[in-house]
Design a protein around this ligand. Sequence first.
Ligand SMILES: NC(=O)c1ccc[n+]([C@@H]2O[C@H](COP(=O)([O-])OP(=O)(O)OC[C@H]3O[C@@H](n4cnc5c(N)ncnc54)[C@H](OP(=O)(O)O)[C@@H]3O)[C@@H](O)[C@H]2O)c1
Length: 493
Amino acid sequence: MNVEACTYVIFGAAGNLSRVKLMPAFYHLDEANQLPEGTKILAVGRRDWTQEKWLSEVRDMIKLKTKEAFDESVFKRFSQRLHYHLGDLQQPECYTKLTKMLEEPIFPKNIAFYLSISPADFGFVVEELDKNKLLTQQHGWRRVIIEKPFGYDLESAQALQKRISHYITEEQTYRIDHYLGKGTVQNVLVFRFANVMLEPLWNRNYIDHIQITHSESIGIDNRGDYYNSSGAMRDMLQSHLLQLLTLVTMEPPVSMEAQALHDEKVKVLKSIRPIPKQAVHAQAFRAQYASGVVNDEKVKSYLEEEHIPEGSITETYASMKLYIDNWRWRDVPMYLRTGKRMKKGQSIISICFRQPPLQFFHDSAHHATVDQNWVILGIQPEECIRIEMTVKEPGLEMKTRTSSLDASFRNSDEKVVDAYEDLLLDVLKGDRSLFLNFDEVEHAWQIVDPILQTWAIERDYVATYPAGSWGPEDSRLFDKDCQGWRTSLTPEK
Ligand SMILES: NC(=O)c1ccc[n+]([C@@H]2O[C@H](COP(=O)([O-])OP(=O)(O)OC[C@H]3O[C@@H](n4cnc5c(N)ncnc54)[C@H](OP(=O)(O)O)[C@@H]3O)[C@@H](O)[C@H]2O)c1
């Protein structure tokens, strides 16, 4: 694909996301010769920094991330791309000066505006860019990358969409969900659609239930203000986990094109059975971490963290059960959960198959039982597929045990590519397949809104779980006694 050079304008370039993800991702892309010649990265920040100071800041960001892999000669070349624009993004003059700067011939006319800023400023920035004709695609393309969260609930998401859609088309809008880096999405899609033996089993006739767990051992770092206004349901379930669910359960798309993938994902979201308010308690659970021990270290409770108001009811753990009312999945429960300060940081998708129709081996002299088959997709940190089968134990007795077929996605010498590297490059290529269309965001909010509304008014009690545990006791979500959270890639005995 012929990729043209562009100017990446980063609003909020001195912030956390830019330090930890964006600048290192640009550096790695440059190192891998993936950035088209002439591509520039123009930082917009309110700190009174010179160009030299900005370069030394970026150098520190990248060194922190790359450690001994830092390459002075690559950075020297990379630094030629970097520029700094001092401006307060809430002031109109920031944009008039920016417009002037972008008229300089060194800046390519294809421009991507990356809004790595507070969601409260998204609408205003887009309006100001429009006022200064920076979104007009007369001499090159103009694209706007919007970080999550897109809205705080259904109503605010719709209001934000209404506001920005006056100025940018859907094709110009790149709503990012970094959790859906290319690797993750492609792994799930290849696993499902390149292995023909699985597809006939991928439905309600053979699958008992599906679980998706994203657990983190870290707490809220120094992002207390942000987290407290968000919580686990908005931060992870509404966005990332619902997206993963769509990939695992969607119908085969007609192609791997952005629109075809998007159409199938939306069909799943539309088929999710709405949760009426009276069913919220049966289908959703929230909790907060209490103090505890994580990786042999004593850690504070959520309420003792910095910037968390006394008596906060924000959940650090959220789980829910959903049903997809379509031909393939009707009545198969889908369990999703996420939590902070849990025992281990990992993302796994676990698919539990039904018991065989007849338990031939159940009544044998030694009461050998047959475990259900599981397919486990490890997303992070381990990237792997495990298929668990029941085998006979060697020996004279009729005993069974679980054995697994393991396929690792990555050999030890194969590099992990950060999701942001893929996504930044996709914007350059105009490939929106990993970005969210508004209708996906809207349907996802529709699904969780009744839960959020119910939780918002129930302020008396929020369950807790010890930091370093696998979360609270929320087994009431499960449809059957034999169902329960799977916490490990290997069988739990
Ligand atoms: N951090 C993450 O891991 C993460 C993950 C997913 C999504 N996000 C999303 O990414 C966005 C950025 O998050 P973040 O964690 O990087 O936030 P952050 O650390 O607070 O960074 C925001 C940046 O915006 C700048 N800013 C604020 N007001 C400004 C103004 N009036 N004029 C100019 N600059 C201004 C800040 O400048 P100062 O530096 O001078 O304060 C800061 O550099 C948010 O939408 C967030 O939800 C972040």
